[in-house]
Design a protein around this ligand. Sequence first.
Ligand SMILES: C[S@@+](CC[C@H](N)C(=O)[O-])C[C@H]1O[C@@H](n2cnc3c(N)ncnc32)[C@H](O)[C@@H]1O
Length: 154
Amino acid sequence: MGQLNYYDNIADIYDQSRWLNEAIASEVTDFILKLVKANSETCFLEPGVGTGLNILPLAKRGYAVTGIDISSEMLSQLRQKVGNQAPNLTLIQGDASTLPLSDASFDVVLVVHMSHVVSSLEIFAAEIHRVLKPGGSFLCAQWLLPDARLKFEN
Ligand SMILES: C[S@@+](CC[C@H](N)C(=O)[O-])C[C@H]1O[C@@H](n2cnc3c(N)ncnc32)[C@H](O)[C@@H]1O
């Protein structure tokens, strides 16, 4: 990648700016697992994974999780949290608009506070659709203005 981006500059203070403490993250994880009717084979992808706030509880519970982020510094913060302790966690530095992943390879794609940063919502949505298994779940948590939300939902 070579070039620093905004999130590279704030990676070391990112977690302090979030509301997601461990207890809330655990409750959110319970909710997600119930919603997608997860079993031990369910595999998850989070494009724009950042420092891993959303996926670490899933990885800790043993689920296969892949996280992709364009920022090497955000990924570095995430790697510092897990060390070599999570063989079920795959981290990739890359652009979510061109996911370096096979078609139909994930049961669940999780996008949290990320869709506002991609250059094209249409391309991003098409990539998510491509890597989701048929009948898979796409979960998105995002503040979007009504026009952008309508566009994304369409
Ligand atoms: C607001 S943070 C959200 C991080 C995480 N999802 C969370 O909820 O804490 C946005 C993340 O998207 C990443 N990002 C921005 N543009 C990206 C792109 N084109 N491809 C992949 N990741 C990207 C940033 O580096 C950053 O880690």
